[in-house]
Design a protein around this ligand. Sequence first.
Ligand SMILES: [Mg+2]
Length: 231
Amino acid sequence: MMTPLLPPEEGDLRLVVFDWDGTLMDSPRRIVHCLQRAAKDTGAPVRDEATLRNIIGLGVQAAVRELYPDADDAFVQHFSDTYRECYLAADDAPETPLFAGVSDLLDWLNAREILLAVATSKSRRGLDQALEATGLGRYFVATATGDEYPSKPNPSMLQSVMGRAGVEPARTRMVGDSVYDLEMARHAGVPAVAVTHGVHSPERLSDESPLALQPDLESLLEAFRRAEGTT
Ligand SMILES: [Mg+2]
């Protein structure tokens, strides 16, 4: 039987966990820019945008190992540091606005006493800076970052936020834009929803059989509204 977007009993959805980059924040262009900048600055081959979008969503070190399989640990660390410095500080890198509809969606879930959390491959410093800059920090009861846990699709960061929120997998939904989010959710036994305004194509995301595939956050809110109307 298909798992519904909302659990069958009213009030049974207790937690929604969001990925950050490409899901709530339109940051993939900045990530691509800084991965290419880090390649130039470290003397590594510069990968094209399609190759880079494929690995966005992994933790940065895991991503560097995918891009440069022969790299040693020292190079991976150096490249990762160079990338993060660019992402956090470069004035000439693309801006990172929130996607349309973020606060409407978070407010709607909040009004139903559904807890909210973030599981991101960003660094702690990067996430805290983004939460501060956007004012969204107040919404989330728990956050987990890429430098605190093994890279997605390892489920430990998702399990950690569920543990801190005190909510079991069946009453949780994971929302993400990459196959790594969906695989992580599957490993944790959490039903997942994909948004397609981020890095991975609808075709690629469909392979992971998410509960729902939505073009953007406004459509996702509409889907939650419709699901509420039918339970
Ligand atoms: Mg993402």
